[in-house]
Design a protein around this ligand. Structure first.
Ligand SMILES: Cc1cc2nc3c(=O)[nH]c(=O)nc-3n(C[C@H](O)[C@H](O)[C@H](O)COP(=O)(O)OP(=O)(O)OC[C@H]3O[C@@H](n4cnc5c(N)ncnc54)[C@H](O)[C@@H]3O)c2cc1C
Length: 392
């Protein structure tokens, strides 16, 4: 099968280099301690989010005519990785500009683009994303949130779980099953549901993940929506959804590679300074080799992320899907491994509050679980890329 031609420059262009260094400067101003305090105080990192929006980082991938930066996912992945490399990655970048912004930019009507994109780009309008349901889990074919047409309205009923950032969000892009009036069957459809809509309620889910973005269970009880809240074409919901899930995976990958960089930088600095025999502990190969392995695997994941983003930006959607799944897998593995090895490198200090590494354990495991688990990524590669049979 012929592959679309995609160019993947291995180095940053001068504009990307400039973007990377200005984002890093912002990230250094806030850093890990700011984020940890926000998580402890159960506060959203509003100052960082606002400043990132004002500097054009939040909407860097969105079209210029709707207030975005006119660049692509590669640039958004640079923003996320640099923030995360200083300990202050923003989970809502994965959701608002990456998933919701990409879907609306690609499939929204001109009115919908005008209504939502400028706010998403500036960060003043935050859109959460809701697909996961308690009884469906990984098997999203089993979701039961349903939208029924009544006159000129859609009536939404159902529930979602683990939805991030709903307390900060103005709307949630909800994946529902809509009644098709022609066939009488249910088909996937995407609705922008305002968080202040009547019948919309949320309950916080306590987690041990040290992130200042919280997860919520959502309940939709006869939430009334208009046709203009249905995003794009009601016959193309599944295709639109998949277009949005690839950016989600790519920007989650960038968050994970940034986290891995943060852990390895902390470990290397410590291993160069700490002496307990006659050389710094980093001279012992028992420590340096696993760190070097993480560094190699980090480089693999970063290149895979770049590949996926370049494919998406250049319209190779099939190639981007495979590349995004593989990149997310690689990044999930290296983020968990890097935090673990960094903790080991610091010895007792790996578990102290001062260094904060142990607190990152749950967050470092997150990319192995969400937005799609490592097992489902391996299933995808086994079945779709390699042609192996399915067990489920
Ligand atoms: C911090 C956090 C933030 C999140 N944010 C959002 C959000 O904003 N929006 C949203 O919609 N969701 C969100 N999620 C949900 C997340 O996407 C799901 O948790 C994830 O997709 C896994 O689903 P599950 O937890 O139901 O696991 P389950 O489906 O119950 O799976 C449990 C385990 O079984 C494995 N498994 C299941 N089926 C198979 C199979 N066929 N083969 C092999 N193994 C299998 C899984 O890989 C996993 O290891 C978030 C989750 C967390 C923890």
């Amino acid at each position: 099968m012929s592959q679309p031609q995609v160019s993947m420059p291995l180095n940053d262009t001068p504009e990307q280099e400039e973007l990377r260094s200005t984002v890093r400067a912002l990230a250094k101003k806030y850093g890990y301690e700011y984020m940890a305090k926000k998580a402890d105080d159960k506060e959203y990192p509003t100052e960082l989010w606002k400043e990132a929006g004002e500097l054009g980082f939040v909407g860097v991938n969105l079209p210029e005519e709707y207030g975005g930066g006119g660049a692509g996912l590669l640039e958004l992945s640079i923003v996320q990785e640099e923030l995360s490399s200083q300990g202050c990655g923003l989970l809502m970048l994965v959701v608002s500009p990456a998933i919701c912004g990409s879907i609306i930019a690609a499939f929204g009507t001109p009115d919908q683009k005008q209504r939502w994109l400028p706010g998403i780009a500036s960060g003043e309008f935050i859109s959460a994303f809701g697909i996961t349901e308690a009884d469906a889990g990984t098997n999203s074919h089993n979701i039961t949130t349903t939208a029924k047409k009544e006159g000129d309205e859609w009536v939404l009923n159902g529930q979602k779980t683990f939805i991030s950032g709903v307390d900060q969000a103005d709307a949630v892009l909800v994946v529902a099953r809509a009644h098709d009036e022609r066939t009488g069957k249910l088909k996937p459809a995407l609705f922008m549901v305002p968080t202040d809509a009547e019948g919309f309620s949320k309950t916080q889910i306590p987690t041990e993940v040290m992130l200042p973005e919280w997860q919520y269970a959502l309940h939709f009880d006869d939430v009334r929506l208009k046709d203009e809240d249905l995003v794009g074409d009601s016959d193309a919901g599944i295709f639109q959804l998949f277009v949005g899930l690839n950016p989600e995976r790519i920007i989650a990958t960038a968050m994970a590679t940034g986290m891995s960089r943060y852990a390895l930088d902390t470990a290397v600095k410590y291993a160069n300074e700490r002496v307990v025999w006659k050389t710094p502990i980093g001279a012992h190969q028992g420590l340096s080799h696993p760190l070097a392995q993480c560094r190699i695997e980090l480089e693999q994941a970063r290149l895979m992320c770049r590949n996926a983003a370049a494919r998406f930006d250049q319209g190779d959607l099939d190639g981007a899907a495979t590349a995004a799944n593989m990149a997310k897998y690689a990044a999930g593995e290296v983020s968990a491994k890097s935090i673990d090895q960094a903790v080991q490198t610091l010895g007792g200090n790996g578990l102290t509050a001062e260094y904060g590494l142990a607190r990152m354990y749950a967050a470092s495991r997150l990319p192995r679980i969400a937005p799609v688990s490592r097992e489902m990524l391996l299933n995808y590669v086994a079945q779709t890329v390699m042609g192996l049979p399915k067990s489920y």
